[in-house]
Write a protein that binds this ligand. Sequence first.
Ligand code: PGA
Length: 260
Amino acid sequence: MRYNHCMAKKKRKLVVANWKMNPLSLTEAKQIGKSIRGHSRSFQSKVVICPPFVYLNELKSVIVKDKISLGGQDAFFESKGSFTGEISPEMLKNMGADHVIMGHSERRAMAETSEMVAKKVLAAFKAGLSVILCVGEKERDDHGHYLAFLKEQLSTSLKGVSKKYSAKLSIAYEPIWAIGKGHEAMTPHDVHQMSIFIRKHLIHIYNSVAAGEIKVIYGGSVDSTNAYAIVHEGEVDGLLVGRDSLNAKDFSIIVKEVDK
Ligand code: PGA
């Protein structure tokens, strides 16, 4: 795949900690947050910690201006009202978060469609949040159907989302087969191929200027041993880290590998 690197502006790297439904207690959450904060003095990348909603308020103390910020793991597309169990982007913003993960495969597995994701992404932008939009195929096939799937997932998840928000958008490419315990990360070479593919499709959806502002990051079994190669050989703008973001020391090493 040919790709002109001038199309993508050099961007500050982004490392997102997706804590998912962990840890079990607020005490532990505060410990991990505090410890990541303790390592942050030398961080060059922008770090976003996404804890469960219930810990957000207490984790405000880990925010370090321009270095560490907080994000939600999802948000609804309405700002308030009768939507039991939902959290709105405005609430996240009011709670001190400035990012939100949307369309994570674990949410899509719970019947969240790309159409719903697009409404959520737009609502989040309108509330002033930056969005980390997750996409990724469940499996690969020899005929390249997964590429068509990915294009369609990206297009539909961004339907109605104006290019004026491009500087606040990150696409997290997370092949589902590489996520979680017992799986292996994608090779840096394949990450590179996929980041080019996604960037080309973003140019198709928007234009090269807007697409050049969008970050493309990788997620799926990232750890301190593979982070460097994935980012620097894979030529992505950062990482989305699940499991290893709950270990402050490992997560901080990941950030430093990205910074190199
Ligand atoms: P993992 O999770 O790093 O544990 O594979 C990544 C993710 O699901 O965002």
